[in-house]
Design a protein around this ligand. Structure first.
Ligand SMILES: [Fe+2]
Length: 373
């Protein structure tokens, strides 16, 4: 807690870091994850309890469990024959299957397997079940931490009030008169600014925001992972798992993008000593290979199965894969920053800083520090 004088009036912060230090990069080793999977698998569950643990950063001190200031990452286990109860909340999630297979029901049924990625949209009731013989183990990346810090997290366990049940409260005539289509929308004298009715705030245009699923078997052939394979037009070192509902924010969900990246054993590692930086915070899960990352001057060694908070906001970082190459799932809160207009990007640490989405974007790069041919 800060020791503040009793008056509510304080000098505004001059140094952006004066009130809050960066959370440092943080590595969670594979053996700790595996030990926790074992403990969750063996645990006796009380009614309503779930086999899940939040992975908490040591600098997280406000009793809101999270790995980064905005993101809660949970490790989840579901045993054969078990079903996770239906819930819904206003968070969005990217999920990654680490082991086993199962069914995710979130408006549509997804059959998920190892290294598949899927999403759960906000306010979509969702549940999980395992019908096979192996436990389903998955990581879930959710903006529950940010929502809790805002006091804006809402969760329901049902029964849920569906839109159809509110029919009849208002007449169709009133509905159409007081919708965004009938509300005033007046151009101001400068020819740019507008003055709009309240209905524009509450009757937002709908988009199709269904759960998405990317099977690893559909991504793997597009990554140059085998000896002799090179990145080209049909294979790339990084692929964005894009959800069209996020539009220009280039997201996998409204808050996050996920990318799968990697290379094979005969691709030399990056030889430079400078990295890049961005205001989005990045989390890497290494599904194959080994190597190291230099984050804010600190070298961190990682290997297959390690989870790394690899790039706290606006810290310089570079990744160096080992002799066998690597495969990595990266999750960043990049679309959230595009929505706020706060996404800054500096690919070359001696070059310009770009305000992505507000001005001309960074051109010439096909992956971090790799200039397009
Ligand atoms: Fe990065």
């Amino acid at each position: 807690m800060l020791d503040r004088p009793e008056t509510p009036f304080h000098r505004p912060a001059q140094d952006p870091q004066s009130r809050a230090r960066h959370w440092s990069p943080f590595l969670v080793k594979r053996h700790l994850i595996e030990d926790q999977i074992g403990a969750l698998s063996d645990a006796r569950m009380e009614d309503g309890e779930i086999r899940a643990r939040s992975i908490v950063h040591p600098m997280c001190q406000d009793a809101i469990e999270s790995l980064t200031p905005a993101t809660e990452v949970t490790l989840n286990v579901l045993l054969p024959g078990e079903t996770r109860t239906v819930v819904r909340d206003n968070a969005n999630r990217i999920e990654l299957c680490l082991q086993g297979e199962g069914r995710v029901s979130a408006g549509r049924d997804l059959e998920v397997n190892r290294h598949d990625v899927w999403t759960i949209p906000p306010m979509q009731p969702f549940t999980y079940e395992v019908q096979g013989s192996k436990p389903l183990v998955w990581l879930s990346y959710a903006n529950t931490a940010l929502l809790r810090r805002l006091g804006a997290y809402v969760k329901e366990t049902g029964p849920f009030t569906l839109k159809e049940e509110t029919k009849g409260v208002l007449t169709d005539e009133k509905k159409s008169a007081y919708s965004r289509h009938g509300a005033p929308d007046i151009l101001m004298p400068d020819g740019i600014a507008r003055l709009r009715g309240y209905e524009h705030l509450t009757d937002i245009e709908e988009i199709d925001s269904r759960a998405m699923h990317w099977a690893w078997r559909d991504i793997e052939p597009r990554l140059p992972l085998a000896p002799g394979e090179m990145a080209g037009t049909d294979k790339r070192n990084i692929w964005l798992l894009y959800n069209p509902a996020t539009g220009r924010r280039q997201g996998t969900t409204g808050t996050y993008f996920a990318t799968y990246g990697g290379c094979g054993p005969d691709i030399p590692a990056y030889a430079g000593d400078r990295g890049h930086r961005h205001t989005s915070a990045s989390i890497n899960y290494h599904t194959r290979g080994s190597g190291s990352s230099i984050v804010d001057g600190e070298r961190i060694c990682w290997e297959e199965g390690d989870l790394l908070y690899s790039a706290p906001a606006w810290l310089e970082h570079a990744h160096y894969h080992g002799p066998n190459g690597w495969t990595v799932l990266t999750v960043q809160d990049h679309p959230m920053h595009i929505a706020m207009g706060s996404l800054l990007w500096q690919e070359d640490m001696t070059g310009p800083i770009y305000s992505l989405g507000a001005g001309e974007g960074q051109k010439g790069y096909v992956s971090p520090r790799e200039v397009g041919a």
